[in-house]
Write a protein that binds this ligand. Structure first.
Ligand code: GAR
Length: 221
């Protein structure tokens, strides 16, 4: 039984110039952060970066369509086709390795990354979360934010460790929470900031400007 579906192969690791940083983007849904990353790179803001593959754990994720539209390989890995998370992630690592992945970008990937992936790609996995971490980690973050009554929220780009949204923080951006905000209006305003700081964080990584010292990420100019 085939558990992995790949479509559209105009770019893969074999055709990539060796000085390129190969990015793999993991997604589960609409992929607006994937799109902002694609646009940022296509507009020439990061030199020598190549999104080799977008990988989804959801078959009909719109993010896969976005990838294909830009000539990026789009891969669906069906988690239900594997006996357990370790086997699923074994397949994931196999695919990531086959694209000579230098950096994994989680962009609305709604699974906790397991320890095998983390140790294979130590300090080479980034995530974005739509709150000012460590507040409101995990699911339903906008609801958590509104229910708590905070006046300021935002988004956070961080390295991924074994916890849920707990890794060292790279960049954050603040967004005011307004009196009449709903989950939709708040998430829309935060998303605008996500689309700015996530590509910036990737650029900093690629330019070698991030140094992780324990929990602290030093960002050089
Ligand atoms: C984004 O808001 C992202 O911050 C969030 O999912 C959304 C994905 O949107 N991620 C998490 O909550 C991860 N804990 P997108 O598919 O349009 O990029």
């Amino acid at each position: 039984m085939s558990t992995t579906t790949t479509t559209n192969s105009t770019t893969n690791a074999n055709t990539t110039i060796s000085t390129n940083t190969n990015l793999a983007v993991l997604v589960s849904g609409r992929g607006s952060n994937l799109q902002s990353m694609i646009d940022y790179i296509e507009n020439g803001n990061i030199e020598n970066a190549n999104i080799g593959v977008a990988i989804s754990d959801v078959a009909d994720a719109y993010a896969l369509k976005r990838a294909k539209k830009h000539g990026i390989d789009a891969v669906f890995i069906d988690p239900t086709a594997f006996g357990n998370k370790i086997e699923y992630e074994h397949e994931l690592i196999k695919i990531l390795d086959s694209y000579d992945t230098d950096l994994i970008i989680l962009a609305g990937y709604m699974r906790i990354v397991g320890k095998n992936v983390i140790s294979a790609y130590k300090n080479r996995i980034l995530n974005i979360h739509p709150t000012l971490l460590p507040s409101f980690a995990g699911l339903h973050s906008h609801k958590q934010t509104l229910d708590y009554g905070v006046k300021v929220s935002g988004c956070t780009v961080h390295f991924v460790d074994e916890g849920m949204d707990t890794g060292p923080i790279i960049l954050q951006s603040c967004v005011p929470v307004l009196e009449n905000d709903t989950e939709d209006t708040l998430s829309e305003r935060i998303l605008e900031q996500e689309h700015k700081i996530y590509p910036q964080a990737v650029k900093l990584f690629i330019e070698g400007k991030l140094k992780v010292e324990g929990r602290i990420v030093r960002v050089s100019k």
